[in-house]
Write a protein that binds this ligand. Structure first.
Ligand SMILES: [Zn+2]
Length: 511
């Protein structure tokens, strides 16, 4: 019987929103075959399980495996593959100039990147690619995640409108030079998939990966954003998900332009529209939510819909700063994710926590802030809820999966940490990817001291380098040129959309 004891100088049993996290000192977690048996003082558990293998030196910080609740699986980043940062509405089209990498190879690299930052569960939103590749890509991605042992809530993103701008694509195409319009038309046609086919694909993924207590995969549906899917299809997708007991993941009001699109069309915000068509519910999670109104937040809270906070991405893509204080204040479940655009261009969830901790500090003595406990909650239990793994992960409590991380506390606290300092605040403030020593998934050590037992990380890196060696292929250079031609037309399309009327920025006095 495979029992092990994972011990820590500090052990976070669970991180709660009210700052009353359960934190033990000189404690351990006993796990058997991937399930947590109990948590308590190390000496007590050592006596109770004398035969158990010991993991950890007793000086480390032990916490639940982190949940990256929104990303697109780009371990080799967008920037690295030829898509520099920019405002989302232009940046997204710059993506057509990315150097392609084999899906399975990219996924194997990405999974290892996650593990080394202590992430044991991810929400993987597979971006829309050509329709004929969606299914094969999904299989390749899921295979890679299962092999390495990262828990994955997987969704294939679906779009059926507004491919180029938040408006009528045909009218926009008609305003472009003929050659460019033809090239873009072809690219859109390759992406179009009938909604029936999309639902059939999700149904077939669900049959291949049925949800259960022990399963490491959850299949979700994902209309990619309000403006990228017509309302009738949004409704169909939501109904299908409910009928099959599946979760739904989407982006929402990542930028102000996305909100203005719905307001121009309906005089309502995207969240109000989603509420009206019966889309919202506890099985739904939304990435970003930067431009939610107070009323929107109340709708989400009432529906039990989660929001995944993506602070790095929102800064890098000029999206804004999400009203997370208001979300927490009104009782919206909040998770945390890197969106494959971490602030240091990696997927370091510790750094993402540090950023989330410090980003929401508006000037003024009376202002509320987000506490380190709340941030750690977002990256653990908040993520568990958003990824549909619910109460099977996210805390080190009996019956949950034994997913956890040992952090080098000597290093994090070096050369001194005052005994009055809150260890959780010190962890969230100071720990980085380099401080992760050991990662355990389902009771198995999957990362330790820079190595992945049973996997050759260097070989994967070499394979990535080989695939990307040499000059960019002709097709990539042509698409980069097409983007350069397109960009001024995108700017022209949005030129008279009035952001000033809505944007309030309290970090300086320039309006
Ligand atoms: Zn995203």
């Amino acid at each position: 019987v495979a029992i092990s004891l994972i011990r820590g100088k500090y052990v976070v049993v669970r991180a709660d929103l009210d700052g009353q996290s359960r934190l033990l000192s000189d404690a351990a977690v006993a796990q058997q075959d991937g399930v947590i048996l109990e948590v308590g003082p190390y000496s007590t558990l050592r006596d109770r399980y004398p035969e158990a293998t010991a993991i950890g030196n007793g000086r480390q910080f032990l916490l639940p495996g982190l949940v990256n609740a929104h990303h697109h699986g780009r371990g080799v980043s967008s920037l690295q593959t030829g898509q520099p940062d920019g405002p989302l509405e232009t940046w997204i089209h710059r993506g057509m100039g990315r150097r392609p990498i084999d899906t399975y190879l990219m996924a194997r690299y990405t999974v290892m990147q996650y593990l080394r930052s202590g992430t044991t569960t991810v929400m993987f939103n597979q971006s829309a690619v050509s329709a004929d590749r969606v299914s094969d890509d999904a299989q390749a991605n899921l295979k890679a995640f299962q092999e390495v042992g990262v828990r994955v809530a997987f969704s294939a993103a679906y779009r059926n409108q507004c491919f180029l701008v938040y408006g009528d694509d045909d009218a926009f195409l008609a305003s472009l030079p003929a050659e460019l319009a033809t090239e873009l038309r072809t690219a859109i046609d390759q992406q179009i998939m009938p909604a029936d086919d999309y639902l059939a694909l999700c149904g077939s993924l669900e049959r291949s990966y049925p949800a259960s207590e022990s399963a490491s995969v959850r299949i979700l549906l994902s209309p990619q954003n309000y403006q990228w899917c017509d309302e009738q299809t949004l409704q169909r997708i939501a109904e299908f998900a409910r009928g099959h007991g599946l979760g739904v993941h989407t982006h929402l009001v990542e930028t102000l332009y996305q909100r203005l699109y719905a307001e121009k069309l309906h005089g309502q915000t995207p969240a109000q529209r989603l509420h009206q068509i019966g889309f919202l519910g506890p099985e739904v999670s939304l990435a970003h939510g930067v431009w939610l109104t107070r009323d929107d937040i109340a709708l989400l809270a009432a529906a039990g819909t989660s929001v995944c906070h993506n602070p790095s991405s929102n800064l890098r893509l000029h999206s804004g700063i999400a009203p997370v204080l208001a979300m927490l204040g009104q009782g919206v479940p909040v998770a945390l994710g890197t969106d494959s655009t971490g602030i240091n261009d990696d997927d370091d969830m510790f750094q993402e926590m540090g950023l989330a901790l410090r980003l929401h500090r508006p000037p003024g003595l009376e202002e509320q802030t987000i506490s380190a406990h709340q941030v750690l909650h977002m990256a653990t239990l908040g993520g568990a809820r958003a990824t549909a793994f619910g109460d099977t992960i996210g805390a080190l409590e009996p019956g949950r999966h034994a997913d956890m991380v040992l952090v080098d506390w000597d290093r994090v606290s070096s050369p001194y940490l005052d005994p009055d300092a809150d260890p959780i605040e010190a962890l969230v403030s100071r720990a980085r990817v380099r401080d992760v020593e050991t990662v355990i998934a389902d009771g198995v050590v999957v990362y330790e001291g820079g190595l992945f037992p049973g996997r050759d990380h260097d070989a994967v890196v070499r394979e990535v380098q080989e695939q990307l060696s040499g000059p960019a292929p002709e097709a990539v250079r042509r698409r980069r040129q097409a983007y350069r031609e397109l960009e001024p037309h995108l700017r022209r399309f949005y030129a008279d959309w009035n952001l000033e009327a809505t944007a309030l920025y309290r970090y300086h006095s320039i309006h």
